[in-house]
Design a binder for this molecule. Sequence first.
Ligand code: FAD
Length: 273
Amino acid sequence: MQLSFEFFPPRTDQGKLNLKQVRQELSAIKPHYFSTTFGAGGTTQEATLETVLDIQANDGVSAAPHLSCIDSEKSKILALLSQYKAAGINRIVALRGDIPSGVRDIGDFHYASELVAFIRHEFNDHFHIEVAAYPEMHPQAKNMNTDIQHFANKMKAGANSAITQYFYNVDAYLRFVDDVQKLGIDAPITPGIMPITNHDQLLRFSNMCGAEIPRWVEKRLAVFGDDLESLSAFGLEVVDNLCDQLKSQGVENFHFYTMNRSQPSLTLAKNLL
Ligand code: FAD
């Protein structure tokens, strides 16, 4: 079983200290890699580089930077990837990123598939390339069929494997993997697991990224109010059950969206192990 954990790059000194502690705690279970988001949620891209280099140098765990290509140029992407390669990094999570509102000229890349092809062309097989997958459809996709076709094209452009957007409907994931296999893609598609610890935040994220919270889960979360301890206990039960179901369906790799907290990802991961 391979487990990976995702962080966002902290901007404050306290955030950096906190993440160091989180990384140390998670390192104990020998993760496959630690990934760090790029420019998401208002974080700066320099902070990603700093976090990634720190992980690679100090954690004894491989660092995997996320890299989004929208609103960027080939020369900038090439320089950053060369820096990563020189630091011994050999795994990249390649993304398009969200199109910033009001931006007309979106740069040298339009889709993640173009970034994947570019990395392969420039670096041959040096990087293991992960891409994003959406079992419940990317929110801007025309329909599920075209989204799956675009995903397959992204894999065929040279990606090695994929990490999904988080989901709470196991069937959506299983059906997605089946459909993609029918298009000749056998590469691993690792479920992205989002622990549930905060009702409002989860609603906000899910609205943005198109992940469905099952009605019965949403209704139950709504009654906890300020009682975050009870909410987290319920959330842990729901997500632990999700992981169990995936494992019983033969899933071997899991990717955790930690939100820079060791708990509850660590508990979920230990239960899987
Ligand atoms: P793409 O694969 O390019 O797809 C985007 C949309 O375009 C889809 O609707 C697709 O169907 C469509 N499409 C693709 N190809 C074509 C084509 N040829 N013609 C027409 N339509 C096409 N965002 C960040 O900013 N930073 C991060 O670090 C980050 N990390 C993420 C990690 C994971 C695991 C996931 C699941 C998402 C992450 N995101 C991140 C969010 C991501 O950037 C957004 O979801 C973004 O809107 C799409 O990126 P993508 O790489 O999936 O794009």
